[in-house]
Design a protein around this ligand. Structure first.
Ligand SMILES: Cc1cc2nc3c(=O)[nH]c(=O)nc-3n(C[C@H](O)[C@H](O)[C@H](O)COP(=O)(O)OP(=O)(O)OC[C@H]3O[C@@H](n4cnc5c(N)ncnc54)[C@H](O)[C@@H]3O)c2cc1C
Length: 440
């Protein structure tokens, strides 16, 4: 994937601070969530330690679609202009297809596309480079430290309060150093050591609930027909063999496409399916795709799998979608299981929760208040998306809905509105609205 562009270059993060250094807040993980939290804290003058296991430039398995929700934060963090000066694909609409091959194109709201607030797709290597580099700049300017290539190997607690971490430089077995802070933010993604500490060790619960986790597999391809240009539609296909789940084609510009597939882990187990062969089969044989891929070429080494911790509400859990705090610690992004259970988007919620957690650390409020605000802000849309995910498990319903939508502009308008405004998704669960819109 190296292109000789600045986002393929290393990021200079400075010296690793001596062991026992104290900070105002430790942030574990330098993805979008951790970089945002560290940046917001540093902007308020806090002395932050940002720790990242990877070394830039680094890839992250993703669909690479960055929705409108992310762009406000990208702006507030001061990276929007730089991001827009780099190559990206501007999303103007979404194509949906159903198992029987019906298709509908839902344009994104024109005003949003005009204002460039609708969304982009661009490789996460590029996006994450930009937000991590900005976080590094802000953290260092405000007296903090940034470490890359260091794995958090232990999270310490004293009498039930999280007080600091141990790192291994260059990996788990590398040289050990320890740091402390009154607050630690867990932003280490689906394998976050702070989430493991809170949920497994302190609360004695399972971290991975396979009915609320999704398996995802991604490849980069060049030359897929219908994916040319630097603006247009992204595509979500509910293919027969992948229900419940979907196959996506997200163009990245200049003829490169992110091609992937995702399914809820628990449902994949039941069907005994594996994502990589499933994707190969769809590309080679599916009537909607085999001609489009006939002259395309997969970019070597880009086929990778990962997990998406969904934000669907868990039955009987009082801290929805799952516990995201302990005394002295808050969880954000994938570490807090906040991926949209219908669309698979998680970057926006990682940024939203990163800002919220930083604010709670600054105001020194308790973790319960953070969890309450988090669910009040994201709960309604995550719950709606879970309902939509469950509806999408029914092939007949998908076939009927997509073919009807393909023929009726009023339904396409409703879908545009639902993508633009999460409140409008409520309509989908109003029986009267559905009867009125779908039947007449
Ligand atoms: C196949 C797939 C497709 C997806 N498609 C989309 C999409 O199109 N749009 C979208 O919005 N979202 C998508 N997502 C979800 C999105 O990738 C995540 O929700 C998002 O990356 C979450 O950001 P985060 O900062 O919470 O975690 P991450 O991006 O996972 O970052 C966590 C960071 O923590 C570091 N880390 C982990 N453990 C340690 C440790 N022990 N010590 C130090 N550092 C550590 C990691 O190296 C990593 O850099 C997709 C996910 C997958 C798997």
């Amino acid at each position: 994937m190296a292109s000789g562009q600045f986002w393929d270059m290393p990021i200079e993060t400075g010296l690793v601070p001596p062991s026992e250094t104290e900070f105002d807040c430790i942030v574990v993980g330098g993805g979008p969530g951790g970089s945002a939290a560290a940046s917001y804290l540093a902007m308020e003058g806090k002395k932050v330690l940002l720790i990242e296991k990877g070394v830039w430039p680094r890839d992250k398995v993703c669909g690479d679609a960055v929705g409108g929700k992310s762009l406000g934060h990208v702006n507030a963090l001061g990276v929007k202009a730089k991001l827009e000066s780099t190559p990206h694909f501007r999303v103007t609409g979404i194509v949906f297809s159903s198992p029987n091959g019906s298709e509908v194109t839902v344009p994104l709201p024109e005003e949003d596309v005009e204002r460039m607030e609708a969304g982009y797709s661009l490789p996460r290597q590029q996006f994450d480079w930009l937000v991590f580099e900005r976080a590094t700049e802000l953290v260092l300017e405000n007296g903090g430290s940034v470490i890359q290539g260091a794995t958090v190997t232990q999270v310490f607690d004293t009498g039930g309060k999280i007080t600091g971490v141990e790192i291994g430089i260059g990996g788990k077995r590398g040289e050990k150093r320890v740091y402390s802070a009154p607050w630690t933010i867990g932003a280490g993604g689906y394998q976050c050591p702070v989430a493991r500490k809170i949920i497994k060790e302190m609360d004695n619960q399972e971290l991975v609930d396979r009915m609320h986790y999704c398996g995802g597999y991604r490849e980069y391809w060049d030359g897929v027909k219908g994916c040319e240009g630097n603006a247009g539609n992204i595509e979500i296909h509910f293919v027969d063999s992948i229900i419940p789940g979907y196959f996506w084609l997200f163009p990245l510009g200049n003829g490169r496409v992110n091609v992937g597939i995702g399914m809820v882990l628990g449902l994949m187990d039941k069907q005994k399916k594996k994502l990589k062969p499933l994707q190969a089969e769809v590309i080679a044989n599916h009537p909607l795709f085999k001609d489009r891929f006939a002259d395309a070429k997969m970019v070597d080494g880009t086929g990778k799998g990962w997990q998406l911790p969904f934000g669907s509400p868990r039955k009987g859990e009082k801290n929805q979608p799952r516990k995201a705090f302990a005394p002295g610690a808050l969880l954000i992004g994938d570490a807090a299981s906040l991926v949209d259970p219908f669309s698979g988007e998680g970057v926006g919620n990682a940024l939203v929760s990163g800002e919220m957690a930083a604010r709670h650390v600054i105001e020194n409020k308790g973790g319960e208040a953070y969890q309450e605000e988090l669910w009040a802000a994201l709960g309604p849309e995550l719950s709606n998306s879970f309902k939509m995910q469950k509806m999408s498990r029914r092939k007949w319903l998908l076939n009927w809905f997509v073919s009807k939508a393909g023929r009726r502009p009023v339904i396409q308008e409703m879908m545009t509105e639902m993508i633009a405004s999460k409140e409008a998704q409520e309509n989908l669960h109003s029986k009267w609205f559905l009867v009125k819109t779908l039947l007449f």
